[in-house]
Design a protein around this ligand. Structure first.
Ligand code: NAD
Length: 477
């Protein structure tokens, strides 16, 4: 693999790497420059049918492959990912924009995920129920069948790995459609699996018009499970398609993470964590800390210190030594800018930034909005950009009420040195993950997923593996 971005990309179907030939093309753009860097072939209907047929053929073979062999291939793929992380990270920075160190870190974290799921699969024990002598009832977990998975552009490798690793470990075949905007890094991740010896048809990668690909794959009787990471409206749409065939779904949708900062927190430590966390991946993270509810006693100090630190966040091409790259596509600066303008009009105080940066690529200022009114769209919809919004609160009850006021519930954070406050926040916040005095909600061995409109089903850890399995009872008399 060379260091340059390939000018032509491929699909991987039925064990074959497939060129564009006369297929329609999606142009891949470098978000740091706005320039087209590659042509990505879009799968035809015949390609999708071939992928479905291959997934159907591969499933029984892979299901019946001993778990130790499945695990060994995943471990080998993990080793290859670690070896190739610098090159795969470079591709990711070209196509997604994030700083190279973050991109390489994403690839190595994804490799660990293959390792985790390989080991989880070996320990996916069933149960033997209590029965009279001579009779037996067992509960077994079996792979659900061929899977269709759809992943977004913000974490081009980690998000698909969260679906591929458990599906493959469980014994399923899987057709992945990553985001067309960030194709090369997930293609290279699939290549690691292929080079590690994964049989043909077990993991395939297609691209195309997202709505056409998803409706075609989900409608096929071959597909037994759908996994999607992306926006709430698209998740709802895919669930409706899945309902037609009563297919299982895992939906990891948007968030709008509240951050409750209490008077008694360790302010310096809190600031260190939340400023870095806010601007990681330019805020294009479903668990990005975003709605800062800060207790009145420290509100002014927190806002001032946060703003001073945010001002120092270096922004530029991800290949330079910067902390924040561009936004990932041309939709983001205009969407984020419109939300900020709406908040400004409704009375928010723009403490920092708020504008598109430069005339090349899709850069945006690190932005801090203070005293943001609740009716501003940014208090209600995920900005998915480098914007922190702040409001003061007085009591614990008020903070929890504010945190829970949206129909979303993915991640939530709190900073306090008070154990009782920490316990109550942990119990009462409506979110799939609550992190107290830290921002780690995605360690790999813990469930990751949302409540309310943020989706359902968990990824990662034992729960993430079970999402690709069905529970069966067998009764012997
Ligand atoms: P979008 O809703 O059109 O797309 C989100 C993702 O879904 C993309 O990867 C896209 O390729 C895919 N997609 C869209 N329509 C699809 C379909 N019919 N079938 C299958 N896949 C489909 O919007 P966008 O402009 O890419 O992002 C907008 C918002 O989506 C963001 O502001 C954010 O709220 C959310 N988002 C969330 C995540 C996440 O990690 N949960 C990731 C990316 C985007």
């Amino acid at each position: 693999m060379s260091n340059a971005y390939p000018d032509k990309l491929q699909l991987h179907i039925d064990g074959e790497w497939i060129d564009g030939e006369d297929r329609d093309i999606h142009q891949v753009v470098n978000p740091a420059t706005g320039e087209t860097i590659s042509d990505l072939p879009k799968a035809t209907t015949a390609d999708l049918d071939r992928a479905l047929d291959a997934a159907d053929r591969a499933f029984p073979v892979w299901r019946d492959t001993p778990v130790a062999e499945r695990a060994a291939i995943l471990h080998k793929a993990a080793d290859l990912m670690r070896e190739r992380a610098p090159e795969i990270g470079r591709l990711m920075t070209y196509e997604q924009g994030k700083p190279l160190g973050q991109a390489i870190g994403e690839v190595t974290a994804s490799a660990s995920h293959f390792d985790i799921m390989a080991e989880e699969a070996k320990r996916c024990y069933g149960r033997v129920l209590v029965r009279p002598a001579g009779q037996n009832s067992f509960v077994k977990y079996q792979p659900v069948g061929p899977v269709a998975a759809f992943s977004p552009w913000n974490f081009p490798v980690f998000t698909p790995v969260r679906k591929l690793a458990p599906a493959i470990a469980a014994g399923c075949s899987i057709i992945l459609k990553p985001a067309e905007e960030t194709p090369a890094s997930p293609i290279e991740m699939i290549r690691c699996l292929v080079d590690a010896g994964l049989p043909s048809g077990v993991a395939q990668v297609v691209f195309g018009d997202p709505a056409e690909v998803s409706s075609h794959l989900i409608a096929s009787p071959v597909i037994r499970k759908i996994s999607f990471t992306g926006s709430v409206p698209v998740g709802k749409h895919l669930m409706k398609l899945a309902a037609e065939g009563m297919k299982r779904t895992t939906m990891e949708l948007g968030g709008h993470a509240p951050v409750l900062v209490f008077d008694d927190c360790d302010l310096e430590k809190t600031l260190d964590l939340v400023v870095t966390g806010k601007f990681r991946n330019a805020g294009q993270v479903c668990v990005s800390p975003t709605r800062f509810y800060v207790q009145s006693g420290i509100y002014d100090r927190f806002e001032k210190a946060f703003t001073e630190r945010a001002q120092k966040v270096s922004v530029g091409d991800g290949f330079d030594a910067v902390e924040m790259g561009p936004l990932a596509n041309p939709r983001r600066p205009s969407a984020v800018g419109a939300m900020i303008e709406d908040a400004r009009t409704k009375g928010a105080d723009v403490r920092l930034g708020g504008e598109r940066r430069g005339d090349k690529g899709f850069f945006f200022d690190p932005t801090v909005l203070s005293h943001v009114p609740l009716d501003a769209s940014i208090m209600n919809e995920e900005p998915f950009g480098p914007v922190a919004v702040m409001r003061p609160f007085d009591t614990l009850d008020e903070a929890i009420e504010q945190a829970n006021r949206l129909p979303l519930g993915l991640a939530a954070y709190a900073f306090t040195e008070n154990l009782r406050t920490a316990n109550l926040v942990g119990d009462r916040i409506e979110a799939g993950m609550v992190a107290i005095n830290n921002l780690t909600v995605s360690p790999g061995d813990a469930p990751f997923g949302g409540v309310k409109e943020s989706g359902h089903g968990s990824e990662d850890g034992p729960d993430g593996l079970k999402a690709y399995m069905v529970t069966k009872a067998i009764h012997q008399a």
